[in-house]
Design a protein around this ligand. Sequence first.
Ligand code: R5P
Length: 293
Amino acid sequence: MIITSCGNSVKLAKSLAKKLRVKYVPLDIGAFPDGDMYMRFKAKSFKKKKVVIVQSFQPNPDMSLFDVIWAAETAKDIGARKVILVAPYLAFMRQDKRFNSGEAVSSRIMAKLLNKSIDKIITIDPHLHRYKSLKEIFTISAKKLTANPLIGEFVKKKIKNPVILGPDWESYQWADKIASHVGCDSTCLAKTRFSSRRVTSKMTKNVEIKGKNVVIIDDIISTGHTIIEAAKKAKKKGAKSITAIGVHGLFAENAISKMKKYVDWIYTTNTIEHKTSKIDVLPLVLKELKILK
Ligand code: R5P
C-alpha cells in the first residue's frame, strides 16, 4: 500500500502513512503555461500496489474532484492494482435532487465520475438526506464512517451539564446518537430554509435548556446561518453557554466571525483542516485502512 494526496488532507495522509508504516508518495500538481493540468507522482511505478488517495473535497471541491480522477487514472497507468479514495469530507452531496428545473444533480454526477476511476471510496459522515445510503449513487464499494463516538467523547470530556441540540431534522441522526454516548438530553429544531443564506427554525421536542451548556451539532457548517438560528433559539430559552460542533467546517463567507456573536465556542473535526479542528478522525480512518492493508 502507498498513500498520497492531491493537496488537501496532506497532514492526515502523512500521519496515516506513518502509523501504517507505508510510503507517502508526494504528488506534484501544476499547470503548463497554457493552463492545462500537469500532474506527476514522485515515484517511477506503482506496480501491484494499492494506492490510497487521501483528499478532502474542501477547499476547492471542483478541482478536488478533477485532481482525484487525474491522480487515480495516473496511478493505474503506472501500475496500481487498486485505487482507494479516502475523502474525509465529500462535497456535492447536498445537491441530492433537482430543486429547480434544469439544475444539475451534482451528487450523482460526482459519483458517476468517481465510479469510473476509483475502486473504493471511504468517507466520513457524508450528507445523506434524501439518499439513505451511498449505494444509491456509488456502484463501487463505498464505506461510510462516522465521527459520532469521537464527538461524543469530546463533549463528555469538555462540557459539563450539556444538552445536545440538532439545528434541523436531518441533524437529529448525529445529535441523538451523540447524546446517548454522552448520557444527556437532546432535541432538534425544524428548520425552514428560504435561501442559501436565510433560515428559520422552531424546537420539536421540549427539553430543559435553561442553565444548560447547549451543544449544537451539525454535519456541515457552511455559512453558519443554520447554527446562528439554533443559537438564537437556545439563548432565548436561557442557555448558559453555547458550543457549536460541526463534523465538517467549511466556513464560507466569514462564517466564523458571524457565528462568534452568538456562539461561545466552535469546534470541528479535521476532515477539513482548520484552527477549530480539535477532534481528530485519524483513528477512524486508520482502523479501516488496517483492514485493507
Ligand atoms: C444541510 O442540511 C446541512 O446539514 C447543514 O445544516 C447546512 O449545510 C449548513 O449550512 P449553513 O452553515 O450555510 O447554514
